[in-house]
Structure formats: C-alpha cells, structure tokens
Design a protein around this ligand. Structure first.
Ligand code: SAH
Length: 351
C-alpha cells in the first residue's frame, strides 16, 4: 500500500471515499510549515468518521534531518535518515525559484569511476514515498521568493534502475492540487541504462538528462563501465526515436562532465557536435568536481571556455555549469554519506 506523501489523488480518493476529501488532505500537507512528522488526528475537510480508520492504516513518511550544510551561495545539502537508510538531498536556490536535487537510491547500482556515490556501493532502492519526502522537506525550507518549482533526479542513484518508483514519484510531483510541478520542470537523469531509458521515454512526459560524458565508447567505458553493454550510439538512437515520435516535443539535456586531458579536446568538441546532430538537445558542460583517488583531473577554466566556445560556434545550445556548493561537497558527483548514519563522510566534508 502506498503511503503519504506518495499517494495520488486517485489512490487517496479511493481510501477516503471522495475526491474532494483527497484534495483537501493533499492541500493540507503542502501548506504545512514546518513539515509535520505525522498525520494529524483530525484532517480539515475530512469527516472524523472517515479519517480515523484511515489513520489506523496510514502513516506519513518523513525523514529525520541528520545534518544540514549551507554554502555561501545558499545551496543547502541535507543528510536525511529514513529509518536507518541515509540519503542526500540538495536545495539549489536561483532567481525566483529553487531546484531540489533528489536521490533515487541509497548508494548506486552503477559504478562510474568519477562519482563519489559509488564508494557507498548499492544499499537499497528508495520508495516513491522517500523521494517525495525529500522534495517536501527541502521545499518546506525554501525561501518564499525562491519556491521549489524544479526537481532533478540527480542525487544519489541511477533512476532507471528504480524506474517504477521514479515514475510514480513523477506522477505525484506533477499532480494537482499540489505540488503541481510542470513536466518540463522535473528532470530524470540517467547514466545511460538503455532498457530503462527507452521505457521512460515511452511512458513519461518529464524531461530527460543523459549523462554522456565522452564522445567515444573507448573513453566512456573507462569512466562508465556499463558503456560495454549500451554504447553511445544506442543511447543517442533512443533519443532520436523519441524525438521522431514527437509525442512530447521535449528537449534532451546532455550532461557532459569535462575531465582534463581525457574528453576535453577540440576533437571531442567536434565529435560531440556530430553525435548530437538531429537531436533537440541542450548541453550542460560540468567541469569535473574532484574527489580523491580517481586520477581524474579538472580542466582549467580556459579549457572549459574554449570547449564551450567551439561547440556553441557549431550551433549547439550549451551552458557551462560552474559548480554550486562545491565547498560543502553538494555539487554533482560529490554525494556520499557515511554508512553508519552519522552524517556526511570525510570524503564529502568541506574542503
Ligand atoms: N545516475 C544518474 C544521476 C546521478 S549523477 C546519472 O548518471 O545521470 C548526476 C550528474 O552528476 C551526472 O550527469 C553525472 O555525470 C554528474 N557527475 C557525477 N560525478 C561527478 C563529478 N565528480 N563531477 C562532476 N559531475 C559529476
């Protein structure tokens, strides 16, 4: 059985015997500040006769906040505890909005060499309840002028390896009366798990980000071992097929982490342009956020800008994502917690 806060209006309406009651209960949940830790004894707009037996079989899934770190730019990293399972969530403020970066797994099923999360191994899948609860917690602390209107599944974990729960979470995030996020404002990011990617494109209207990170299979396999199962061409073909269907008219975010001397040459820039021909894409260049022991390097800002200029000149819609929250290790690929639940591990401690 689904629990709060991952119940859809339809599921809740069945439980409460009316759509009106379901809508009242969901509105109540999203109006609370601070976030409640349990459901109330009485729910405004729902008769006690119906609410009481419902309470007996329901609970509100909320995390304990183990630790909170805020960086100078306002980026806030949360260490959260769901009954002994620790995950990280990041709130990233921007002009007029906040983006919440949500984890889909505790640890990760994939083994990208450059990502700190792989140090944890795979601990367990997160339920949709726990993904929505991460969002709700971070949302409840967002400044009024920067509401949490965007969600990216770019925290710990590979969303396509937990797709049923991720798809359910997307449905809940985009439902009315709340939180009613736009599908384009919810982005699911994948390291390129082809079967999941195809299913996601067929079944969801949310945005997609593909972590490409290299322009040849040889180089990509060095940093993302699964490339041997699903080469670059197969991933981009899936995007092309989806674009041809034009069912969603979506753009595809292409994440490209720049590693000094490995994938940041002019030849890489030219190959990247060629690879993405015919795909309505928006490229995000992410200078590698270092963590110890990978042997990988961060390119100089000049190299990053030269790479950017070269692809832009050839018509690619491209932004450089200079790191946010790097000093609290809240940036991409720096999410890792200690296994004992004591908060952030030394790996991810402030430099
Ligand atoms: N597993 C999913 C989502 C989590 S990673 C995926 O791979 O897309 C989110 C993004 O952070 C990915 O684009 C990944 O390539 C990037 N990333 C991981 N480690 C990084 C690091 N050390 N520096 C910069 N970006 C990193």
């Amino acid at each position: 059985m689904r629990h709060f806060p991952a119940l859809t209006v339809d599921e809740l309406a069945l439980e409460l015997g009316s759509r009106t009651r379901a809508i009242e209960a969901i509105k109540w949940l999203y109006a609370q500040r601070p976030l409640p830790t349990a459901l109330p004894d009485d729910m405004p707009g729902v008769t006690h006769r119906v609410w009481k037996p419902f309470l007996a079989r329901q609970k509100l899934i909320t995390p304990k906040v183990t630790e909170r770190q805020e960086s100078a730019d306002g980026t806030t990293k949360y260490a959260l505890d769901f009954e002994g399972t620790n995950v990280e969530t990041v709130r990233i403020p921007a002009k007029g909005r906040s983006t919440i970066c949500v984890s889909s797994q505790a640890g990760c099923t994939r083994k990208c060499t450059f990502c700190a999360t792989k140090e944890l191994g795979f601990i367990r899948q997160l339920k949709a309840e726990e993904m929505i609860a991460q969002y709700l917690l971070a949302r409840s602390e967002a400044p009024a002028a920067q509401p949490a209107s965007n969600v990216v599944f770019m925290g710990m974990g590979e969303p396509m390896d937990n797709l049923d729960e991720v798809l359910h979470a997307v449905d809940v995030l985009t439902q009315s009366p709340a939180p009613q996020l736009r599908h384009v404002s919810v982005t699911v990011s994948t390291s390129g798990v082809l079967p999941g990617l195809k299913r996601f494109l067929a079944e969801s209207k949310a945005s997609l980000a593909l972590s490409l990170n290299a322009t040849t299979d040889e180089v990509r396999a060095q940093v993302m071992p699964q490339t041997k199962s699903w080469p670059i061409a197969s991933l981009l073909e899936a995007l092309r097929e989806d674009a041809a269907r034009r069912a969603n008219k979506r753009d595809y975010f292409i994440e490209y982490v720049l590693f000094g001397g490995l994938n940041d040459t002019d030849a890489d820039a030219d190959r990247l342009v060629k690879l993405l021909e015919g795909i309505p894409s928006r490229v995000n260049l992410i200078p590698y956020n270092p963590y110890p022991g990978t042997g990988l390097e961060t390119p100089s800002p000049e190299r990053v800008m030269a790479f950017h200029a070269r692809v832009v000149k050839q018509g690619l819609l491209t932004l450089i994502r200079w790191p946010r929250g790097r000093e609290i290790a809240a940036a991409c690929g720096q999410l890792v917690l200690s296994r004992d639940g004591s908060g952030f591990s030394p790996l991810s401690a402030p430099a």
